[in-house]
Design a binder for this molecule. Structure first.
Ligand code: GLU
Length: 492
């Protein structure tokens, strides 16, 4: 097979799950790194579970991640595109039915007229004999007369499972051999004429000329049936790659109800799509450059190699994701970072747009090196937009509850007052000079000052934030801090 074509085939029955995002990402990166084509096919045959709002939610998730399909259904203002339309499985029913009829005609499938009661009796018998329930082949070798005699009675179409064994050549799992006796003659067309998933997926992959079926390892148990169907239809069997699932931080399958299972939860929590992509890529791919973890999307598109995919499931490691997110935040252009964090502050109701643009840019600049998530901008800057009304208790105990605290505070107020040109460099110089004069390390000055100016023990660089606060406001806060030290007002 020369042309590489792969696909993501989600059933839109909910939001974009992190596990589906991983499969989509691996397909997409595989296509991008090989010059192949990445297809989106919506497996929306389960009408009860499919809802257009889910289709929207799922595609929004792909868009946010930056996973764009080359061929796929209509979405928003994007028209359906590709040579193998339609890309919604529900619109391909006739193609599946025709394939089932071809299998019937060639004898690779047959009609089964068993009634519900007969099938129930088979199940009960198997249960009594402690065997797994299986179809006993009642209609497998039925004569034409017997079939004709059924007239218009309802029937299902069953696949005639061949003898022997089926081998799944899997890029990730290796060769998986399955004895065909493991399977009974499974249904491919239901009594109402609807195709069953196994038939639909195989027919769609065959007619869409999919060369690589890359999907979750929960489908490995289906793969043997799929191989048999490809062969029975006389279609080339695609290369398979069954990838391990994404596990949560406790090592369990990410449950749908868990926060973070929905890819857009990460967006709402202030993560960058490029960080999530980078992180998820590492859940099942080992870069050639040992130890390297940080990759941009562009780098991944070039470096991602199917030969380096692994089969062990990886746990979600929030610390590593946070670290990567911080790294990707640092890589953003300053203006872009500024606009993203400004939007978050506006949403939180802070009057950030009342400040001049240069102020906003500087605010962004002094935070960009520090944040692990975009949302942290709130705790890093909220003190700019309102008075300090409480002090971090632990920091108060450490910085302010000692005999020297009030005296040092007075000295610092004096040093600040002496600063003429209120820039971070000058404030810093005044503090350094003060430290030297009184033999106090800079830390002894910086931490109590930070507490007075922000009420907190962590935040952006102290001298930079003091500059942005302005001299008047900084001094007012220092005096408020001094009052607090003297009067011992309980910190809240
Ligand atoms: N629709 C299936 C799912 O959502 C995927 C089938 C496949 O990838 O072959 O799990």
């Amino acid at each position: 097979m020369s042309e590489i074509r792969c696909r993501i085939a989600p059933s839109p029955s909910g939001f974009l799950h992190i596990g589906t995002a991983k499969i989509a990402l691996f397909n997409w990166l595989f296509a991008r790194s090989t010059g192949g084509t990445f297809v989106l096919r919506l497996e929306d045959t389960d009408a009860e579970r499919t809802d257009e709002t889910y289709v929207q939610a799922m595609c929004d998730g792909f868009h946010w991640l930056g996973i764009h399909w080359d061929e796929g259904p209509e979405f928003g203002s994007e028209p359906e595109r590709g040579d193998y339309r339609p890309y919604r499985q529900s619109q391909r029913r006739q193609i599946h039915v025709d394939a089932a009829h071809r299998l019937l005609e060639s004898g690779k499938a047959y009609k089964c007229f068993c009634t519900k009661e007969e099938l129930e009796a088979m199940r009960e018998k198997a249960a009594a004999e402690k065997r797994p329930p299986r179809y006993e082949g009642t209609w497998r070798d039925a004569s034409q007369e017997r079939i004709d005699a059924m007239g218009n009675a309802p029937y299902v179409v069953r696949f005639r499972v061949p003898e022997g064994e089926t081998v799944i050549h899997d890029i990730v799992q290796g060769d998986v051999r399955v004895k065909n006796t493991e399977f009974d003659d499974f249904v491919i067309l239901k009594g109402n004429g609807d195709p069953i998933f196994h038939l639909a997926v195989v027919v769609d992959d065959a007619t869409m000329k999919i060369s690589h079926v890359i999907r979750g390892d929960d489908h490995l148990t289906n793969a043997a049936r799929h191989v048999m169907l490809f062969e029975a239809l006389g279609e080339p069997v695609p290369q398979f790659a069954h990838l391990p699932m994404v596990l949560d931080d406790r090592g369990k399958k990410f449950s749908k109800r868990e926060h973070g299972a929905n890819v857009l939860d990460w967006r709402d929590d202030g993560y960058l799509p490029e960080a999530l992509i980078n992180y998820v890529a590492l859940l099942g791919w080992t870069p050639e450059e040992a130890g390297r973890e940080l990759f941009s999307m562009e780098e991944l598109k070039h470096l991602f190699r199917i030969e380096r995919w692994g089969k062990s499931a990886a746990r979600f490691d929030r610390k590593k994701l946070d670290w990567l997110n911080g790294q990707h935040i640092r890589r953003l252009a300053l203006e872009e970072f500024r606009d993203r964090v400004t939007a978050i502050l506006v949403k939180q109701g802070f009057p950030v747009m009342d400040k001049p643009e240069a102020w906003r840019t500087r605010m962004a600049e002094i935070c960009q090196e520090k944040l692990a998530t975009l949302n942290q901008i709130v705790e890093y800057t909220d003190f700019f937009f309102g008075p300090v009304t409480s002090y971090d208790e632990k920091a108060v105990r450490k910085q302010w509850q000692n005999d020297e605290a009030a005296g040092v505070m007075e000295l610092m107020i004096g040093a600040m007052e002496s600063v003429g040109d209120w820039t971070s460099d000058h404030i810093k110089a005044a503090y350094e000079q003060l430290g030297e004069q009184h033999e106090l390390g800079l830390g002894k000055l910086v931490h109590p000052t930070r507490l007075a100016l922000t009420g907190k023990s962590v935040g952006p660089g102290l001298f930079e934030l003091a500059e942005l606060l302005g001299k008047h406001e900084a001094l007012a806060r220092m005096r408020q801090g001094l009052d607090h030290i003297r009067n011992g007002i309980a910190a809240t």
